[in-house]
Design a protein around this ligand. Structure first.
Ligand code: XBP
Ligand code: MG
Length: 224
């Protein structure tokens, strides 16, 4: 086996977090009296733009308004605070098989990393709530959205995770739930296993090493 590290996406892959993100965006819009509300259908469309700040900007442009008239960074900062509070209050379970996969991978001597477009506080809150441990004790490397110039589907966040691991792409494997994530991993030279999530299940995963229903179906002994 050549694979020495598993690099995980977060939203949709470790857990079905997007409904909590949507609730946090809507709560931030309410708190600012903006009168905006993202329905599930609208969010499914907007999710094609990765990154919360980029998603808000696109929404404003689509409304025919000028993004320069809004403090998107502050609005998004408020959304992140609300998401973290909501996660602390309610938590979101890890997807089936994820906890076992993390444990099994560690036991098999694989290194664990994160490559996500989401903000770091969101990752910390999810892992603390779901596993009761700091994220940087579970994952040796964490590469997050705001650390790179271009978010997925650009390769930057996977390239950064590989750089921090000190590994070539041939020695790591990405685990994703979305087409944008798959494209990002492939553009960084990584093989990628996709476990589609609620918001991504209708997407095209051509180019994936494997498409599996969830992490329970992932056999560590059969990795490339
Ligand atoms: C997830 C995202 C994120 C979250 C929100 O994509 O696009 O933007 O929806 O996070 P992926 P922030 O799973 O491909 O990484 O609001 O912190 O950006
Ligand atoms: Mg994802």
């Amino acid at each position: 086996m050549q694979t020495r590290a598993l690099i995980f996406d977060v939203d949709g892959t470790l857990a079905e977090t997007e409904e909590l993100h949507r609730a946090a965006f809507n709560a931030a819009f309410r708190a600012r009296g903006l009168g905006w509300h993202w329905t599930k259908a609208e969010y499914a469309r907007l999710l094609k733009t990765t990154g919360g700040k980029e998603r808000i900007r696109r929404f404003i442009v689509e409304r025919g308004e000028d993004p320069a008239c809004f403090d998107i960074a502050a609005l998004h900062g408020e959304k992140t605070g609300l998401y973290v509070s909501m996660m602390e209050a309610g938590s979101v379970p890890l997807r089936p098989g994820i906890a076992e996969l993390l444990q099994g991978a560690r036991a098999a001597g694989l290194r664990l990393a994160i490559a996500t477009t989401t903000s770091r506080p969101n990752v910390d809150a999810l892992i603390a709530a779901a596993l009761g441990q700091p994220a940087d004790q579970v994952f040796e490397v964490l590469s997050c959205g705001d650390e790179v110039a271009a978010k997925k589907p650009a390769p930057d966040v996977y390239a950064l995770a590989l750089h921090r691991l000190g590994l070539p792409p041939s020695e790591a494997l990405a685990i994703e739930d979305s087409r944008n994530g798959l494209l990002s991993a492939r553009a960084a030279g990584l093989a990628c296993i996709v476990t589609p999530s609620l918001y991504t299940m209708a997407e095209d995963f051509a180019g994936a090493h494997l498409v599996l229903p969830d992490a329970r179906a992932l056999d560590i002994g059969a990795l490339p």
